[in-house]
Design a protein around this ligand. Structure first.
Ligand code: UTP
Length: 291
């Protein structure tokens, strides 16, 4: 039985909604309190037992590779100054037993294309895809990828992480239709990218968590450019559904869309009040401001 060992992190997008912050540095390196967004995603995958982290990067993304590399000078400096707690934080950036692999997507031709770029490393195995800017706080449950890996291990087919959204927001998401709309795990009958509220087949939205069988690559390879001339992962999944079962799983957790400013600010506040070091004081300050 093949278990999920590899995760793909497509991080080659432009991040234009965060300009000018993303002019030279990637949006995935924006911090939530003290940790870059991408590190939350890597820790989530590691929590599910995934050992190979495959980053599909583009120009201006070098700092992601640097972040997950060993920082010799910094470590020596911290050691010399006796800052052992800081040293541990730096050394723990990459979870134990994890390999980081970097692939360049030369042109941002779409999320589907980014995933296809990872094929030589993924090979013939099921794998996870995490869009780091969808930050999901599991609120004490196991990480969302771990929840989805359980669903995969039981059913042996692709799994999409979904959540209910207000009907007026369907235009921002891939929306699935399912056989029934009850329970946490359902079989998908279709998926459409960003339908208008009156066209949406349901209000179950795919957010950035996927477990895919390697058959997805056959569908990605034969895909034609869709919305905005990009190769859409959603279109390949729609095609995969015609050949094999794809499940929608309503994950447990709260998702923050850190790809836009409002979602990012919400994540900062919610994770800020839970932060071990500054949470209590921050909550107090918010309360004083009348929140
Ligand atoms: P987004 O739609 O969020 O686009 O991509 P973006 O470019 O990152 O951000 P904006 O819209 O310009 O602000 C969804 C995910 O797919 C990745 C992005 O990095 C993001 O994680 N992606 C998108 C790629 O890796 N390559 C692409 O060609 C397109």
């Amino acid at each position: 039985m093949k278990k999920i060992r590899k995760a793909v992190f497509p991080v080659a997008g432009l991040g234009s909604r965060f300009l000018p912050a993303t002019k030279v540095s990637p949006k995935e390196m924006l911090p939530i309190v003290d940790k870059p967004i991408i590190q939350y995603a890597v820790e989530e995958a590691a929590d599910a037992g995934i050992t190979d982290m495959v980053f599909v990067t583009g120009r201006t993304k070098r700092s992601i590779a640097d972040h997950f590399d060993k920082a010799y000078e910094l470590e020596n400096e911290l050691k010399t100054r006796g800052k052992e707690d800081m040293l541990k934080i730096v050394q723990d950036t990459v979870p134990k037993g994890v390999n980081c692999i970097f692939i360049r997507q030369a042109e941002a031709l779409g999320l589907g294309h980014a995933v296809l770029c990872a094929e030589p490393v993924i090979g013939d195995e099921p794998f996870a895809v995490l869009l780091a800017d969808d930050l999901i706080d599991p609120n004490g449950f196991g990480s969302v990828v771990a929840q989805m890996a359980d669903v995969y291990n039981y059913n042996r087919c692709s799994v999409l992480g979904v959540m209910d959204v207000p009907r007026e927001e369907t235009k921002q998401y891939g929306i699935v239709s399912t056989e029934r709309n009850e329970g946490d795990t359902q079989r998908c009958t279709g998926i459409v990218e960003k339908p208008s509220p009156d066209q949406a087949p349901s209000t179950l939205a795919v957010v950035g968590r996927y477990i895919l069988t390697p058959h997805i690559f056959e569908h990605l390879r034969t895909l034609r450019p869709g919305t905005h001339g990009e190769l859409q992962l959603t279109d390949a999944i729609a095609s995969l559904m015609r050949d094999e079962a794809v499940l929608a799983y309503r994950f447990k957790g709260t998702r923050y869309d850190c790809g836009n400013k409002l979602g990012y600010l919400k994540a900062m506040v919610e994770l800020g009040v839970k932060h071990a070091e500054v949470g209590a004081e921050f909550s107090e300050w918010l309360a004083q401001r009348g929140h």
